[in-house]
Design a protein. Sequence first.
Lengths: 364, 252
Amino acid sequence: MATESLSLAPPVAERPGPIGWTRRNLFATPFDVALTILIALFLLWIVPPLVRWGVVDASFTAPNRDLCPADGACWGIVRDRFHQYLFGLYPVDQYWRIFAGGLLLILGCVPLAVRRFPHKVLYGVAFMVIYPYVASWLFEGGGPIQPVIDTPLWGGLFLTLIISIVGIVASFPIGIALALGRRSTMPVIRALCVAFIELVRGVPLVTVLFMASVMLPLFLPPGWSIDKLMRALVGVSLFSGAYMAEVIRGGLQALPKGQYEAASALGLTYWQSMRLVILPQALRLVIPGIVNSFISLFKDTSLVFIMGLYDLLGISRLIVTSKEWLGHDIESYIFAAFGFWIFCFAMSRYSQRLERRLHTGHRH
Amino acid sequence: MNQTRNDSAPSIVLRDVHKWYGEFHVLKNINLEVMKGQKVVVCGPSGSGKSTMIRCINRLEEHQRGHIVVDGIELTNDVKNIEAIRREVGMVFQHFNLFPHLTVLENLTLAPIWVRGIPKKEAEETAMFYLERVKIPEQAHKYPGQLSGGQQQRVAIARALCMKPKIMLFDEPTSALDPEMVKEVLDVMVQLAREGMTMMCVTHEMGFAKSVADFVVFMDRGEIVEMAPPSEFFTNPKSDRTKLFLSQILSH
């Protein structure tokens, strides 16, 4: 603990090995000693019962709640309902469509990972436009692909990923456009962007989604309806776009004025200097903020429950209302939390790698 | 015949130029004419408006009254005119302002490729030619952050030259450099001047002014106080303000 208090402590004899390490890091000052003992006691109090409940007394195989142990966790719920955690209420015999869609996504992204792929940007844009159509056709069905599976049946991790990937991909250009608009010299554009950003940031996402699901239909002509999932996607994208705009604006403001001036002095137009000089630097500066937004967006997707959609969290709630698993909320939620954590942690690691890679030639 | 007439046409004309920052009158009635091939050194105490003046010439700052004509094109709010002028006017800044996310070579080829539409290969050849001239071809594939200040400023000069400008503006190009690096940058500028480039340079390097300037402009409190060839300017200054400034700057 508290290695920074070392400088205040009397010099401790340097001893190699675990004893030396313990002394240096855990028992350097009386305060450190007290803190170490307190934390050790806390861990002793909390960990053994957790291990007893979660591992020692737990059952990993029980097929339903009737066979669960009295005092232990019943992890059989994960095994029994794993497919629902992943895909929600999507018909089991149609899972191949989801796999096919996922495979297409991975294959389609391979060229983007290749460093010197020709026309990479063009390809990326084309892929981003075409893939959603192909994927939604695969998932929903129609034409040769039968039966049609309505979006309310899509769920679990599958739905969480759809909403967050669409949200992330869409919020990025929305955010850039809003950030540039907010710094524009044209008063109308600036006012519109400021109004949009402040309005959206001023209300909770739940409200945005609620309005999209309840109020939007009231304004549509009778007979019209927009798919529930589509409404959620638009709501989430606009919402996170507004947040992204402020993150990106931070990067734009952090760049020295000289960069803007040098680009102008060379004769680059506004859009050229943004694309070639300003944004590449500004976006690099705010990678941590961008990934932070992505991570909160990923977790915020669970709010679509308000529209009656069952994402990873929604489905774990639904599962524990079934008669086979009634009352095993804790196990179900722990598993859902674990699922969220895996993805968020992966994003965080990836951003660290990205930062390191992009900053190699960037030393000042 | 046509050529000689062109040679005597003014490259830069400032007529009755005024500029305000809010209430503050930064430029007062500036009148200046620079002929093709002439080298002008602008000096004056800090806050005298000399940087603001040369930044008006490529519209990094906007003037509010008067006329500025560069290479026969008048600077107005018309973006087309501004872009046309910026293509022909190179600028070197006090703080270099290289693009840190691009290599030296990419810094040099960016504008020729995107603004002039020159093929990449040709732009790279031109870039290497100018890097040779500023004597750092071996740094082409490094990033600006890996170079010394003097090297960065020479890259910045080469970057401006790659656009093959008709006029070069220098805004205190040596002020941010360590003393031992000033010479390498000035050498490049002197060479450029000898080759006949039209140059306007805000600097306190009086040695440079003496050796290359056709005339020296002295500014104070937003006005041009005195304008004279260096021989006259340094030996026989007319105004008291000029005398005071010269005594301060030449005393060591």
